[in-house]
Design a protein around this ligand. Structure first.
Ligand code: 13P
Ligand code: SF4
Length: 300
């Protein structure tokens, strides 16, 4: 059994920074230097001074860190930790879609492969999608991939139509409007937060549609003493640690992203000990993908 002390010692020896997503296991979040949502972690990855970035999350997140840091070593404890939504569209499929919509701007959710990002003009995360998408001129045709739900959520907010790809998150697909109604009945008066990756009827049944970072901010700022949380349950660890006086109820306590749970203290320690597995994005793809990510980060 690896201890947190061992990991901190290994990280110091390797001059490594450990970044963890809000859905990681509690013990992994606790040992990390920084825990955040996709946008916060991408921003953090641009500010790293250490030689090595260990990314505790899913593959596309580590890839984003590697794209933003071509000179650094980026490691992922379990390279099989993929995101099924990111794998729902390939670069070739996106090229085909673009050929059907000549002149359209292509936008990818950050939950996409480097190859798909390389085909896009702009990248968004759930934390900045509304702000970033608002920068497109009203008459521009927009292709949005791969998440149909985040895409339709932003279309609703901005009163626009995009060409959507039918991708979705299998974990969030388990949430239903009925489960939201049941949670409200069990905890009357508690506001309901859901992730914009949820289907429209679920989003409509909630009070707020927020990125995981947005949920952490909401919890800190809200006067509500009980909050119902409709996203992957890993976030409950951080919400409870940061808000000891408040009570958080998952809509569904079985809402687990199996890939996010592949990182453990054991494989994190092994990753630092053996310096593997390294995430490498070929520069030909990375340089094009970087344009879409940099365009997003420039908007803020
Ligand atoms: P956030 O950017 O809100 O952390 O979401 C990432 C994700 O994969 C949600 O399923
Ligand atoms: Fe991908 Fe869904 Fe897991 Fe997020 S929760 S990493 S979108 S499968």
């Amino acid at each position: 059994m690896t201890t947190a002390d061992e990991i901190r010692r290994l990280a110091a020896e390797r001059n490594a920074v450990i970044l963890a997503h809000n859905y990681q296991r509690g013990e992994v979040q606790d040992v990390a230097d920084y825990t955040g949502d996709s946008l916060e972690l991408a921003r953090r990855a641009t500010q790293v001074e250490a030689d090595v970035i260990v990314f505790c999350g899913v593959y596309f997140m580590a890839e984003t860190a590697a794209i933003l840091n071509p000179g650094k070593t980026v490691l992922i404890p379990d390279p099989t930790a993929g995101c099924p939504m990111a794998d729902m569209i390939t670069g070739a499929q996106l090229r085909e879609l673009k050929a059907k919509h000549p002149g359209a701007k292509a936008v990818c959710y950050v939950n996409s492969t480097a190859e798909v990002k390389a085909e896009c003009d702009m990248c968004v995360t759930s934390g900045n999608a509304e702000r970033v998408m608002a920068t497109f001129a009203p008459d521009e045709e927009i292709i949005f991939v791969p998440d149909q739900h985040l895409g339709s959520h932003i279309m609703g907010l901005l009163g626009r139509k995009y060409v959507l790809w039918p991708g979705y998150c299998p974990t969030h697909a388990a949430l239903t409007a009925k489960s939201i109604a049941d949670a409200r009945a069990a905890h009357p008066g508690a506001p309901v937060l859901v992730h914009p990756e949820c289907a429209k009827d679920v989003r409509d049944a909630a009070d707020e549609r927020l990125s995981t970072g947005g949920m952490c901010r909401y919890a800190r700022e809200s006067s509500a003493s009980e909050i119902i949380v409709g996203t992957e349950v890993g976030i409950l660890h951080r919400l409870r640690e940061e808000n000891p006086g408040k009570v958080f109820h998952p809509v569904n306590e079985r809402l687990v992203c199996p890939n996010m749970k592949k990182t453990t203290l054991d494989n994190l320690a092994e990753c630092l000990r053996e310096m593997k597995t390294r995430v490498v994005v070929p520069e030909e793809i990375a340089s094009r993908a970087r344009r879409a990510i940099d365009a997003m980060l420039a908007i803020g």
